[in-house]
Each structure stands twice: as structure tokens, then as C-alpha cells.
Design a protein around this ligand. Sequence first.
Ligand code: FES
Ligand SMILES: [Fe+2]
Length: 393
Amino acid sequence: MTTTKKHHIPLTTLDAVRKPIAEANGMPNAVYDDPALFEYERDNVLGRNWAGLLFSSELPKNGFAKPVDFMGLPLAVMRNREGEIKVFHNVCSHRGMILLREETEVEGMVRCPYHSWTYDLNGNLKGTPHIGGVGKHSAEGFVCEKHGLRSVRSAVWNDIVFINLSADAVEFDTFIQPLIERWEAFTGANGLDKVEIAATGSSMELIVESNWKLAVENYCEAYHLPWVHPSLNTYSPLDQHYNLIVNDEMSGQGSYNYNLSDIAGTQLPQFPDWPQEQIRQAEYISLYPNILLGVQADHVFSIILMPQSNSRTLEKLQLAYVGKEATGDEYAACRSAVLESWKVVFGEDVFAVEGMQNGRKSPAFQGGVFSPVLDGPTHHFHQWVASQYAKDC
Ligand code: FES
Ligand SMILES: [Fe+2]
């Protein structure tokens, strides 16, 4: 795929971001506020890495297809008859019609609405009616095998469908392994494979009028907790938090004392292998570029940040609980209390990320500075973004 490899951020500006935290600047206003950089980021900052696209549960059964607009790029996600998820460019090989216009269960083939060419759920072109003239469904020299849908490299983990547009990022397993290892110390081996999405208390969506990177940055730090999240600060206080830098593309924070159950009276099943002496520990990790994850002893959550423009982001949150029994009616009230608690927290963050977005309209702000103690994980993300941009200087 041809990519948009240009931006106008000078290398000296990026180098200033990559200095040690006490001397570093933040990324300049333009990377948040310039609409011209949106496509650049799609093809490069997100496109060269493993970006989250949607939850696989959004394709609820085999033989299901769903169009997804990824930062202006039309994609089609399909779950084939065997249950495998595949991602394609959502464009018909014939005259470039958008193939899928709405999510649908696919009875036989996926059919282009324009001249009725058909594709199977693996993207193979199967039918070309009248291509050789009326009543003649093949044509001299036309080979269907050459004209299937163009695929996008993808992987599924923890119910998230990831894509790598450039097709040359590291293997997905290599990318995700450090996080799996880190969290298996809490959840036990393959712990995240045992979580379940419930019919209620499992999802919410939020639109924020902010660049997607500000949502990542805000998630990386607990510094704002006492002022922005007074309620959360009662059951997971700032002084019980620690900073986390896992590797180049993961940072965030953890809490030693996440204690919603005492405040809200929730009693949900917990990971059986979670060490008892750490039962109130929780971790919140940004998986660059656009995934935010949280793990607690009795539930986990994932947020996919879907950038809609340089200044608007859709946040899709999905919670999952430990084991099938946690999804039953008897736990519905507990699940609802957990979801409500996060609704409050993420709702409280909206004014902060939107305020930072608006602040970037001021030329008086030149990227800002960092607390050398509390902003480490945020600065780590800035360094990562600066390094992505620096590849194209
Ligand atoms: S554009 Fe799809 S069949 Fe012609
Ligand atoms: Fe927050």
C-alpha cells in the first residue's frame, strides 16, 4: 500500500521531545491540531504498527461481515465459516465500488451491489456475472484468482482485532508477548483467555472532541487523580499508584489498592491464580498506538481509540469478567456497578482531554513540560510518537 510519508515537524523539535524527561518538551501543537497530519498518522504512526480496529465480538457469528472506517480508509472485517477473522480493503476489484455498506450476516457470498461480482468470506473472487457478455460469466484472459479482495495483515488477541497496514511490523506474538508475561503474574497462565463478555455491563462508547493521542497521554498518568476523579481516589488513591514502563510501546500506571468492592459492595468471581497478597493490585497500560487496557482481580477492560479526525476520537470500551458464571443474572448488579464506576471515571476525563485539545490552539504553548516523577509514562509515549515521526524526517 502506498503511504503518505510526509510531515512538517522538524527533527530538532522531535529531538527535544526525546531528551531525558527533566529537559524534554512535549510534542508540538501541530501533531494534535493540524488536520493535514491525520492521514500521515494513519499510514505511518498507526499504520506501521499494530493498531486496534474493533472487538471481534462485534462479529457475533461465523459468516458475518462488517465495514469499518479506519481514519478514512474503508475496511471490511469478515468472520468466515470456520470462525477466523480476516480484514480486507472494502473495495470491489471491478470498478472500485464500496463492497460492504452495512454489517450483515452473509448467507452465501458477499455481493457487490453495483455489477454483482461476488466474493467468499476469505476474500476470493467467486462470481463475475456477464463479464464475457450477456450470459457469459467468464472472459478470455480474466483470472478470478488475481482479483480477490486486497487483504490487510491482522491478528486477534484478547477479543481485539489488530491491523498492521504496512504489513511489515514485527510478528504480532512478538509485539504482545511482554504484556502477556507481565499480566500472567496476576491472571495466571492464559488468564485473559478465560474472561467472558456479558450481555449486560460490558460495554460503553464515548466521543471526545480531542486528538487520540491526548486520550493515550491522559491514560498514562495517575497524577490528575485527586482533582479529576475524587470518587476513584477514595478506592484507588494517588499515593498507592506506581508508574509503569513495560517496553518501547507500552506504558501506564498501577494501583496497589484498587478497592471498588468495599465501596460498591461488588462480589464478582476473581482470577483463581491471582496472588492473594496482591488481590487489590490493578494495572492500566497503554498499548501504543491506540489501545488502553486495565486489569483487576475480578474484571478486565479494553478501550479501542478510533480517531475520527485530528480533533475527535471515539472511545469504545469493553469489560470482561472472570469465567462464565460471572456473566449470569446473579452478578448483573455487580457488573452494572463496575461498568458505572468506569463510566464515571472516563466521563470525568472528557473535560481534561478536550481542554488539552483546545489548549493546543494557543501558540503560547510549545509542547509543555513534564513532572520528572509523575509524568514518566506520558513522556515515554511522547518519545515513541516522536520516534515514529523521526522515521520520515
Ligand atoms: S464495481 Fe463491484 S461489481 Fe462492478
Ligand atoms: Fe483519568
